[in-house]
Ligand binder design. Structure first.
Ligand SMILES: Cc1cc2nc3c(=O)[nH]c(=O)nc-3n(C[C@H](O)[C@H](O)[C@H](O)COP(=O)(O)OP(=O)(O)OC[C@H]3O[C@@H](n4cnc5c(N)ncnc54)[C@H](O)[C@@H]3O)c2cc1C
Length: 391
C-alpha cells in the first residue's frame, strides 16, 4: 500500500481528534491513514461514555486540557462544520458538583485552589449554601462541595467522535476498515504496520489510539504499556418526582449521577481490588441495587422512588501507574506515539490530546499546553503522576 506520513490505529474520538488536528494544522499536507476495525463504533469506550466535561482535577495539565476541551466543544461549529453543515455536538452546561465529608474536605479545598489558580470557574460551597442552591440534596453528613459554574457539564460523545471523523476526512484524512495486527520495526523505528487484510502500510509515524486494547497494539512494536481494560457500568433510571437543576453530582462515595433528558445516568467505579482486567460487556445490575441506589436515595431523598430503565457496560483505558494519559513518543521507538490511559476522562480531553499529538508530530514540540509530564518517561522511571479526581 501507499506510504503514509502517519498511521493512526483506532478511529474513535481520540484517533479522529488526532487525524483532525494533523490534517487541519498541516493544511492537508500530512498524509494520514486511520485504521479502524469496527466502523460501527458499537463497543468502543467513546460510544459508551457519559460525556462529562469538568475542570475539577488535581493535576494542572488535566485542568488545562479540559479547559480547552470545554472551549472546543462550545465552539465546535467553528472547527468542525463541513460544507456548511454544523456538527451535532451540544454542550449542556449543567455543572459538576463534587461533594465531601469532613475527611475529604482538605483535598477538595486544595484541588479547588489549584483550579482557581489556573482560571477554572469553580466555587466552594458550605453545607448551608449547598442546601440553598440544591434543596433536594441531603447535606446532613457533608462538610462542603465544589461546583463548576461555567465550562462544566456534558456533551454527546458519539456526536463529537463523528464530527471529528467527518471533518478529518473533509480535510484529507483517509479511513480504512481494517485491523492493525502487526508492526515491522527496525531499530528505533516502526517502518510499517501490517493489516488483517494482508496489506502492509509503510509509514513515517504510528499513533496508538486503540483505547482499552492499547497495550496489545504497543506490544506489536515490542513495547510495554501499563494500560488495562477496566469495565464500568452505566445505569439509566427514571424518577417519579425528579429534582430540577441537578449538576453531574459526585457523592463522597464516588457514586455519580447526572440528568439525561427526563431520565438520569449514574454509576460508580469499584474499589481497586475488585476491578480486574476485563473485556466482556456483561452487565451486573446488582451493583445498582446494592450500592448505587441506596447511596443515591441517601443523598437525594427523591431518588427513593426510581425505576431502573436500562444499563450498559463500557471499558476505561485504565492507566495502572497513575490514572493519567500517557502521551507522546516512546523513548526507544521515536516514531511510535502513545495517546492512551485516560482512565475515564478521555472524551473531554480529546481536543487537547489530538492537538498535542499533532504538535509533536508536525513541529517536534508542544506549541500550546506543555504536556511533557505526561510522557512515557514517567513509566520508564516508575514515577507516577497521580490524578486524584477519577470518577
Ligand atoms: C462508561 C464510561 C463512561 C465514561 N465517561 C466519561 C466522561 O464522562 N467524560 C470523559 O471525558 N470520558 C469518559 N469516559 C472515557 C472516554 O470515553 C474514553 O477515555 C475515550 O472515549 C477513549 O477514546 P479512544 O478513542 O481512545 O478509545 P475507544 O473509544 O475505545 O476507541 C478505540 C478504537 O480503536 C479501535 N481499535 C482497537 N484496536 C485496533 C486495531 N488493532 N486496529 C484497528 N482499530 C483498532 C477500536 O475498534 C475502537 O474503535 C468514559 C468511558 C466509559 C467506558
Amino acid at each position: 500500500m501507499e506510504r503514509r506520513d502517519v498511521v493512526i490505529v483506532g478511529g474513535a474520538v481520540i484517533g479522529s481528534a488526532v487525524a483532525y488536528f494533523l490534517a487541519a494544522q498541516s493544511a492537508g499536507r500530512c498524509n494520514v491513514l486511520v485504521v479502524e476495525k469496527d466502523p460501527t463504533y458499537a463497543d468502543c469506550a467513546t460510544s459508551r461514555s457519559v460525556g462529562g466535561i469538568r475542570q475539577q482535577f488535581s493535576t494542572p495539565e488535566n485542568i488545562e486540557m479540559s479547559k480547552f476541551g470545554a472551549a472546543f466543544v462550545k465552539h465546535a461549529d467553528d472547527y468542525l462544520t463541513v460544507d456548511g453543515e454544523k456538527p451535532t455536538v451540544p454542550f449542556v452546561e449543567g455543572g459538576y458538583l463534587f461533594l465531601a465529608t469532613a475527611a475529604g474536605l482538605p483535598v477538595l479545598r486544595q484541588n479547588h485552589a489549584l483550579q482557581r489558580e489556573l482560571g477554572a470557574d469553580t466555587v466552594m460551597l458550605d453545607p448551608d449554601e449547598l442546601h440553598r442552591r440544591f434543596p433536594w440534596l441531603n447535606v446532613a453528613d457533608l462538610a462542603g462541595g465544589c461546583l463548576g459554574v461555567t465550562d462544566e457539564g456534558w456533551t454527546d460523545p458519539y456526536g463529537l467522535m463523528q464530527a471529528f471523523r467527518r471533518k478529518a476526512r473533509a480535510l484529507g484524512a483517509t479511513y480504512v476498515h481494517d485491523e492493525v495486527v502487526a508492526m515491522e520495526r527496525s531499530g528505533n523505528r516502526v517502518d510499517a504496520v501490517r493489516l488483517k487484510s494482508g496489506n502492509s502500510v509503510p509509514c513515517g509515524s504510528v499513533v496508538n489510539a486503540a483505547g482499552m486494547v492499547a497495550a496489545d497494539v504497543a506490544a506489536m512494536a515490542g513495547l510495554d504499556l501499563p494500560v488495562r481494560p477496566r469495565k464500568r457500568f452505566v445505569y439509566v433510571f427514571q424518577c417519579r418526582e425528579a429534582p430540577a437543576g441537578v449538576p453531574l453530582t459526585i457523592d463522597p462515595t464516588g457514586v455519580y449521577v447526572r440528568p439525561e433528558g427526563t431520565s438520569f445516568l449514574c454509576g460508580v467505579s469499584p474499589p481497586e481490588d475488585e476491578d480486574p482486567d476485563c473485556t466482556d460487556f456483561e452487565i451486573d445490575d446488582r451493583l445498582f441495587e446494592a450500592v448505587i441506589w441506596p447511596t443515591l436515595a441517601h443523598r437525594v431523598p427523591a431518588f427513593e422512588a426510581i425505576k431502573l430503565a436500562r444499563s450498559w457496560a463500557g471499558h476505561y483505558d485504565y492507566n495502572t501507574l497513575d490514572r493519567n494519559v500517557i502521551l507522546g513518543p516512546h523513548p526507544a521507538v521515536a516514531n511510535f506515539y502513545f495517546v492512551n490511559g485516560f482512565s475515564g476522562h478521555g472524551l473531554q480531553q480529546s481536543p487537547a490530546a489530538g492537538r498535542a499529538i499533532a504538535e509533536l508530530i508536525l513541529h517536534g514540540s508542544y506549541r500550546t499546553i506543555d504536556l511533557g509530564r505526561f510522557s512515557y518517561d514517567r513509566v520508564t522511571r516508575n514515577e507516577p503522576l497521580p490524578e486524584l479526581n477519577v470518577v
